[in-house]
Design a protein around this ligand. Structure first.
Ligand code: SOE
Length: 363
């Protein structure tokens, strides 16, 4: 532990606010860091809810004005956990005020917003990072390590899906994630963004072209018309020559949080399913898949926690994310993924929407 305390202010207190708070509270209990976060203030629209969130989640203060949060001299980090329509305004204001910024995914709701955010980050004195937390699953960080070491050889196929089913009930009301003005897009930007980032991170290759389609199956809900996609499917080529296929849907009944990715290379394959997040399946030279339980001390992040075989969960990926963010700030390096990486994901999302329907009908 050091005496280099760094103040944190968080905007938002829903699901992401809760899981980020868990990470801010726990990170120094498991990782030795060059700086120590102090949970100064949480911001939300409702004063009553912000006060309750501060008490429950461990924040010293609360406010309903994010501009006041940014102005505070005892806040050096701004953590943006709001719906996508406010990411640009809050993150740019925080960067221009000299703060470090962690912004939830996707970076923004449009490429134009993401471009302004990436430009502000490039000019800023503060460090910035996008919250693609799945890069911090030990199994996916191990997968990245194995690909980078050439253990799979030349990567030929990347196959990623992200399957959920929480909007299957047509009586689920028109929550903000189902409104384009708040979320920018539906499954495409919400969970499609994750598999785009994970595919690029694990393979070490960028997506350089896509063709895809989106579909909205449940068009009306209590509260009005759905203005985003329920599902997005797209294929692409990657910068190292691999072909790629993606599917993101929140209507896959029975699939709760099934982020799955498989890579096939000239020397072997890797396969991962977040619903069994402590396991990585590996095939070498065309042999069958064997299971690696990614809980050994030498595996990424795993050594900080429990003995082998005890396993980690969703929340730990956010502790790893914030650990890496604080380490970068303390060591004066740029965190990854950067806002420029987030802009690249936004360009892929926009390309899928632009390509929508560009397919050949079977007459
Ligand atoms: C809803 O689809 C959601 O909460 C996403 O927004 C998160 O990024 C994902 O980790 C879990 O599902």
């Amino acid at each position: 532990m050091t005496d280099r305390t760094i103040g944190v202010g968080m905007v938002g207190y829903a699901f992401m606010g809760r899981v980020h708070s868990q990470a801010w509270r726990n990170v120094t209990a498991f990782f030795d860091l060059p700086v120590t976060p102090a949970m100064r203030v949480i911001c939300g629209r409702s004063e009553k809810a912000a006060e309750a969130a501060a008490a429950r989640m461990g924040w010293a203060g609360f406010t309903t004005d994010w501009r006041e949060l940014i102005r505070r001299d005892d806040v050096q980090i701004v953590d943006v956990c709001t719906p996508g329509d406010s990411h640009a305004e809050i993150a740019i204001a925080a960067l221009e005020a000299g703060k470090h910024v962690l912004c939830e995914k996707p970076l923004a709701n449009t490429v134009a917003e993401a471009e302004r955010m990436a430009e502000a980050a490039a000019l800023a004195t503060g460090r910035s990072m996008v919250g693609f937390n799945y890069r911090r699953v030990p199994a996916l960080a191990l997968a990245r390590r194995m690909v980078a070491a050439g253990e799979l050889g030349e990567i030929r196929h990347v196959r990623a899906v992200y399957l959920q089913d929480w909007i299957m009930d047509p009586e689920l009301p028109l929550v903000w994630r189902l409104r384009k003005d708040k979320a920018g897009s539906g499954a495409l930007g919400d969970i499609g963004a994750h598999i785009i980032d994970v595919a690029q991170f694990v393979s070490g290759q960028d997506i350089v072209g896509v063709s895809g389609l989106t579909e909205t199956f449940i068009k009306e809900r209590p509260g009005g018309r759905v203005t985003v996609d329920d599902a997005a499917l797209f294929i692409g080529r990657m910068s190292g020559g691999a072909t790629a296929s993606f599917e993101a849907t929140r209507l896959a009944g029975g699939r709760k949080n099934a982020l799955r990715i498989e890579l096939n290379g000239s020397l072997g394959s890797l396969s991962f399913d977040f619903e069994a997040m402590n396991e990585l399946w590996v095939s070498k030279g065309g042999g069958g898949f064997t299971r690696v339980l990614v809980t050994e001390p030498e595996h990424p992040y795993a050594g900080a926690w429990w003995p082998p075989g005890h396993g980690l969960g969703y929340e730990h990926t956010f502790t790893h994310e914030i650990k890496d963010f604080l380490e970068a700030i303390g060591n004066g390096t740029d965190p990854s993924p950067s806002f420029a990486d987030g802009l690249r994901v936004q360009r892929v999302l926009e390309a899928v929407e632009r390509s929508d329907g560009a397919y050949t009908e079977i007459l």
